[in-house]
Design a protein around this ligand. Structure first.
Ligand SMILES: Cc1ncc(COP(=O)(O)O)c(C=O)c1O
Length: 387
């Protein structure tokens, strides 16, 4: 069995989260349990909040609690939307649809604007739609992990704000890997999960929240219909992390702290640049092999490609190369593969993944240009070496 990352037998994770953990992150999870009310955990939690601000590029308020990415969706929808409010949901795939459903569960009057799978949401269409009717809130997904598309959030937020709506951005698959400037773009709420481009284990939700969103929540006419997902309760805890609300997943949060420290050590701008360069290289290599890219605006964190028999190909890549890639979701289970290249993925790991993919596609009789594709990678290495 090929061994990756020095961990015998375990596959290299090239899925769109969870991502491979750095030894520094692994190490902190094996330390003795800390008391969640003790001074050490308290000071580490304050660090987490500062580092979360740095990663979102905000000087304002952030909230971190135990939960997955979906808990961010649920907390934002239950707290910032009141029953009956008019919500425009920009659905660019599976996770956009999930967001609509959650908003509906909390009583929102949701208008769903759906684009064909693989397409970004066109900002012009949003402008046109919002010129014809007013909406309280606009929901959008930054990177739609199910199709590998990156939406132009900066532009979409600008338009939604121009029309007076509150903006909620699902940044689960983008924070730490894609350009995202919470304050400069004027986003009201953005949330992420720990297990994607931040490269921490799953189990922590990170959120940035504007003053406008906080005021909206504080001035609600109806109570929030949730205990755990009530952001007002969490804001009190963020102001004073000594307050007991629930028992946090201390090991996951301590690992998150180390992963966020690594984001800061690398520098957020450099990290975003690295993700972009790596994904551009991967896209060029795939195109040279004659492999079709699923999305019309590919994300720097995940690439979706069109293949037939995706489930069988995924299994062969795992069995023969010990690399785990993902199939598509829902109706794309068998016509799409998704390769995650976020977090701490290196050029070498991406090259191994490309090679494994080409190997299996070739073995299954597909007409692809292996030499041309690998050549793109080696050309790049040559350029780097001579630069
Ligand atoms: C864009 C997006 N939103 C939401 C989620 C849900 O996150 P989780 O599975 O951590 O609950 C995911 C998970 O892949 C995602 O990619």
């Amino acid at each position: 069995m090929i061994s990756h990352n020095g961990i015998k037998g375990d596959p290299l994770l090239m899925i769109p989260g969870p991502t491979n953990l750095h030894p520094r992150v692994l190490q902190v999870m094996s330390e003795p349990q800390l008391g969640h009310t003790g001074t050490k955990f308290y000071s580490e939690f304050v660090d987490i909040l500062d580092l979360t601000k740095y990663t979102f590029k905000t000087k304002g308020n952030v909230i971190v609690f135990s939960g997955s990415g979906t808990s961010g969706m649920e907390a934002a929808a239950s707290s910032a939307i009141e029953p009956g409010e008019k919500v425009l949901s920009l659905e660019t795939g599976f996770f956009g649809k999930r967001f609509s459903s959650i908003a509906e569960i909390y009583g929102a009057n949701v208008t769903k604007l759906t684009v064909p799978d693989g397409s970004e949401f066109d900002p012009g269409t949003l402008d046109e739609r919002m010129s014809k009717g007013s909406y309280d809130v606009v929901l959008m997904t930054h990177v739609e992990t199910s199709t590998g598309v990156e939406n132009r959030v900066k532009e979409l937020v600008r338009i939604a704000k121009k029309h007076g709506a509150l903006t909620i951005v699902d940044a689960v698959a983008s924070l730490g890997g894609c350009e995202l400037d919470f304050d400069d773009w004027g986003i009201d709420i953005a949330f992420a999960g720990s297990q994607k481009a931040i490269a921490a284990p799953p189990g922590a939700m990170l959120m940035a929240i504007s003053e406008k969103a906080i005021q909206k929540i504080q001035n609600r006419k109806t109570p929030v219909k949730s205990y755990y997902y009530n952001l007002e309760r969490w804001m009190d805890v963020m102001k004073d992390p000594h307050i007991y609300l629930t028992t946090p997943s201390t090991a996951v949060l301590r690992a998150l702290r180390v992963a966020l420290q690594m984001v800061k050590e690398e520098g957020i701008e450099q990290r975003i640049r690295r993700h972009k360069e790596l994904s551009d290289l991967f896209l060029r290599s795939l195109k040279s092999a004659n492999i079709s890219i699923f999305s019309n605006r590919p994300s720097p964190t995940v690439t979706a490609i069109k293949v037939s028999n995706a489930t069988a190909i995924q299994k062969k890549i795992l069995d023969m190369h010990n690399i785990m890639v993902a199939t598509g979701l829902a109706n794309h289970k068998d016509d799409m593969l998704r390769i995650g290249h976020m977090g701490n993925i290196t050029e070498e790991e991406l090259l191994m993944t490309l090679f494994a993919l080409l190997d299996i596609l070739k073995q299954t009789g597909q007409n692809i240009d292996v030499a041309g594709s690998i050549g793109v990678f080696f050309d790049r290495i040559k350029v780097t070496a001579t630069a």
